[in-house]
Ligand binder design. Structure first.
Ligand SMILES: Cc1ncc(C[n+]2csc(CCOP(=O)(O)OP(=O)(O)O)c2C)c(N)n1
Ligand SMILES: [Mg+2]
Length: 673
């Protein structure tokens, strides 16, 4: 490969291209294995298209990635970045081994969904499907305005064609006769929930694009001769944009991954990796040195970020002590359980947006074939799903929609605002994978603005349960108690269970907790009562207010504060953020006067809510807020993000002591977990 800024020497030899693509497959699989997550299926299906582009078609300079004359490639389905990273590494943009050892690792440029600000050569930051073609259209328009000869490429998925924005972009590209733009669709026939044809039919794509004014090529997406021929011919088409429909196989090249929807977003384990490499004839690439490099990189991150944790007198991290034990269950499970139960109500209907199993919305009918007629697969189309639900609600149904928190509150926000909330329709929103703890998928998938987007909407009820048990009860309340729009936010990761069926749960009323002494079970170490029943019968130094999974950290902070520092705490669980329990906040402010808020969200959603309640009532209060400090997250393990962004109980303790102007009793001497 060229080591300077000279153009890449393109290869037209099919045998050599096949070899590069095989290596790309091997490196992509190794990287996802070491990361422990990622998207092998699509990475393997698109590998030949990307190899053709980087090695045989595009004018580019790996050592000068910002070269102004380069051809631009926008990969819209950015979950398939292991393919792009592997091909870029092979082409010489960076060390391929750094990618293999660093994919999705905290602090590396190899984000779970690419970030152009972190990795030169990547043209767009993204991960939200359906946006790549639009930015490519903008880039192609800019090229024309500036009289630049470079070409613009955009790779999309076939499931992605379900996003309406793709068709807005397609219309605009043809309207402006963008013959410098060439799209490729990786037609592997699969998406997350299954076959594209079953989830939401997009065929016939050729006819659709032709009728939108595009020139269409149809090729075998694993045949380099056909691919190169189509790219060459596309470059010669004048007056209209081109699209290449590349027929591919998801998981191509590894027999047990081929055409299997289950390999969309799952990393191979070590045995599977070895078997895959054997099939590719590239077992020798998995060297001991590479394995060691990946291991060392992970250990380095754990040390570096673990050391950011303030130190307590002993290891207070979950389940590190013989007593104070908790069960760890993802809050989404509670949501699924409730839906399974409540789904017997014939008014309830559920709508999925191609992420149905993992957010547990499919629990509605997974084991209930008789309910399948009330399940509507909407495809990757969050806006349409929301407004279709509004139509169902208008006629007396109780529809629940769901997706990743980012997509089901942000992508469809105008639909939520105007049709659902302004119309006060009985639509329920499952806000899945909330918070930063969604982890390795990275910033684009970490839902950190959703609660603000929801709470600001008139008529919307917003619930943010703290654990799986409370999620079940919150879901039931949202569906059956509230008449009108209601959202329940829950998380993907295992979360400490701190409530049980005896814990009070009243919609719109906070729960108040106090530490009573260590116990075998963490939850038994606290007394809990409904805010209305709480009597301030002891002097307290500090109030901690939290909700969602972060609430368990607030409880643990209270435990540390009481045990290590003699700070007496009142802990308020605001599981209902709207309508909020103002009385519970005002009593706390009046009784104690010092409040720390803790949220797994951009800071201030909860903090400013609490501050506003106090300010409006004229109750003076000293406050501090813990949350994401006006920043996007990044790829990492959930607990590493909690360490880095200061969301652990130990950080709450440190912040509380500052707020109380107390000197920490324990010195910072290293990590304790
Ligand atoms: C707006 C948006 N909604 C949902 C998702 C979650 N998601 C990631 S990949 C995927 C399926 C993509 O299917 P397809 O476009 O066919 O890609 P491929 O089969 O090549 O993986 C979905 C729903 C997302 N990233 N963005
Ligand atoms: Mg697909």
């Amino acid at each position: 490969m060229p080591s300077d800024g000279s153009p890449f020497s393109l290869i037209r030899d099919v045998t050599r291209l096949r070899q590069w693509a095989s290596q790309g497959r091997a490196y992509a699989l190794m990287a996802t294995h070491f990361a422990g997550s990622g998207h092998p299926g699509g990475s393997l299906s698109v590998m030949d298209v990307e190899t053709a582009l980087y090695f045989a078609v595009m004018n580019h300079r790996p050592k000068d990635p910002d070269w102004p004359e380069r051809d631009r490639l926008f990969v819209s389905g950015q979950h398939k970045c292991p393919a792009q990273y592997a091909v870029m590494g092979l082409a010489g943009y960076f060390s391929i081994e750094d990618f293999v050892a660093g994919l999705r690792l905290l602090g590396t440029p190899f984000q779970g969904h690419p970030d152009w600000l972190k990795l030169p050569g990547i043209e767009m930051s993204g991960g939200s499907l359906g946006q790549g073609l639009s930015i490519a259209v903008g880039d192609a328009l800019a090229a024309r305005l500036d009289g630049k000869p470079y070409r613009v490429y955009c790779i999309m998925g076939d499931g992605e064609q379900q996003e309406g924005s793709v068709w807005e972009a397609a219309m605009s590209a043809a309207h402006y006769d963008l013959d410098n733009l060439c799209a490729v669709i990786d037609c592997n026939g699969l998406q997350i929930d299954g076959k594209v044809d079953d989830v939401m039919l997009v065929a016939p794509l050729a006819e659709k694009y032709r009728s939108f004014g595009w020139h269409v090529f149809e090729v075998d997406g694993h045949d380099f001769s056909q691919l190169m021929d189509a790219f060459d011919k596309a470059a010669a088409v004048k007056g209209k944009p081109c699209v290449i429909l590349a027929r591919t196989v998801k998981g191509k090249g590894v027999s047990f991954m081929q055409d299997q929807a289950g390999w969309h977003g799952k990393a191979p384990d070590f045995e599977q990796l070895k078997a895959a490499l054997k099939e590719l004839g590239l077992g020798s690439l998995l060297t001991d040195e590479l394995i060691q490099k990946a291991k060392a990189a992970k250990e380095q991150v754990a040390r570096q970020y673990g050391n950011l944790m303030p130190v307590a007198s002993r290891p207070y991290w979950w389940n590190l002590q013989a007593d104070m034990r908790v069960d760890l269950v993802p809050t989404r499970r509670g949501f699924g359980k409730a839906l399974d139960r409540i789904g017997s109500d014939p008014r309830v209907v559920a709508l999925g947006a191609d992420i149905s199993e993992s957010i547990c919305i499919y629990d509605f009918c997974k084991d209930r074939p008789e309910r399948k007629n009330r399940w509507f697969s909407m495809g990757i189309a969050e806006q349409n799903m929301t407004t279709v639900a509004a139509g169902l609600a208008k006629e007396g149904k109780i529809p629940i929609i769901g997706s990743y928190g980012v997509f089901v509150t942000g992508r469809n926000w105008d639909q939520l605002r105007t049709t659902v909330c302004y119309g006060n329709l009985n639509v329920k929103i499952a806000v899945g994978h909330g918070g930063i703890s969604v982890g390795p998928d990275g910033a684009t998938h970490q839902s950190l603005e959703d609660l603000t987007l929801l709470c600001i909407l008139p008529n919307m009820t917003v619930l943010s349960p703290c654990d799986a048990v409370e999620a079940e009860r919150a879901t039931e309340a949202a569906l059956l108690q509230v008449v009108g729009p209601a959202a329940v936010r829950f998380a993907r990761e295992a979360t400490p269970v701190v409530t049980d069926s005896d814990t009070p749960f009243v919609l719109g009323k906070a729960n108040v907790y106090r530490f009573t002494g260590e116990s075998d079970r963490f939850s038994d170490a606290f007394e809990v009562m409904l805010s209305d029943d709480f009597v301030p019968d002891r002097k307290e130094d500090l109030v901690l207010v939290s909700s969602g999974p972060e609430f368990a950290e607030a409880l643990r902070a209270a435990y540390i504060l009481e045990t290590d520092h003699g700070v007496r705490c009142r802990v308020i669980n605001l599981h209902t953020l709207k309508p909020v329990d103002e009385a519970a906040i005002l009593s706390a402010a009046r009784d104690v006067g010092v409040i720390l808020t803790a949220e797994e969200h951009q800071v201030g959603m909860l903090g400013n809510l609490v501050a506003g309640i106090c300010a409006k009532a004229g109750v003076p209060v000293r406050m501090a807020m813990v949350g994401m400090e006006d920043t996007f997250g990044e790829s990492a393990q959930p607990w590493e993000l909690v360490w880095k962004y200061g969301l652990a109980a130990e950080h709450l303790v440190e912040k509380s002591l500052q707020l109380l102007e107390k000197t920490p009793q324990a010195a910072r001497a290293g990590a304790t977990h």
